[in-house]
Design a protein around this ligand. Sequence first.
Ligand code: SAM
Length: 276
Amino acid sequence: MAGMLYLVPTPIGNLGDISQRCRETLEQADFIAAEDTRVSLKLLNHLGIKKPLVSYYEHNREASGQKILERIEQGETCALVSDAGSPAISDPGEDLVALCAQNGITVSAIPGPCAAITALSISGLPTGRFTFEGFLSTNKKNRQEHLALLDGEQRTMIFYEAPHKLTGTLDDLLHAFGPDRRISLCRELTKLHEEVIRTTLQGAVDYYAENAPRGEYVLILEGAEPPAEETLSIEDALALVAKKIEGGLSKKDAVKQVAKETGLSKNILYDEAVKL
Ligand code: SAM
């Protein structure tokens, strides 16, 4: 019988965030696939867990993915971890999950630390609808295309960013979304120097012109205002009424329909229509 693949999230800063279930899954797995085996070995040593480790990262994912799949098909259980946070979220794993799914292997994800969701929840910005944008490309053209696609995006947007690229990214966001757009800059989450700066894009650019960025960042950007509802003028609405009357409706029914379609007051529309 085939084994299975577990996605095991690991702490994004505070080792206390490893859950009992993650610990047990790592202990029970036949082997662990890790983004960087040295990083994961430190965690495993901390947890007192000894397991065979294989490397699975961006540049060996095809060859390594096939080997992992074969082992699972032969009955072994694999736990996948990344350096920090949830595997497959801006981290290796996405392809391995797809490969296993395509080959009928059961994949189970253990819930746990994810920088994006941790930051979103403390951002103070709307959390009802959001989009995860990950890292903006360092390629200028791709970056501009990505930002252009977000023009008018009304949902809260989540970006990952490294400290040395933060000021450049803030400049680009300011250019794309304007100075008054609210942003929450969440850094060093779950660590000693955890900080959330809730400001505007202009405020963020000004702040980091004076202060050097430190630590890993999640940027939570407010969505665009919905476009102002276009209100039809009474003259345009009356033209619609006239058209419907020409089409055979009674004045009363035409007014009723146009009021419903435009949101204008039925009484006002009727009074005006009577004057026609
Ligand atoms: N898979 C991970 C997750 O679930 O969050 C994300 C991995 S991605 C390669 C690394 C990025 O996550 C960092 O550049 C940063 O944007 C964000 N990140 C990770 N840990 C963080 C922390 N403690 N505080 C703020 N951002 C963090």
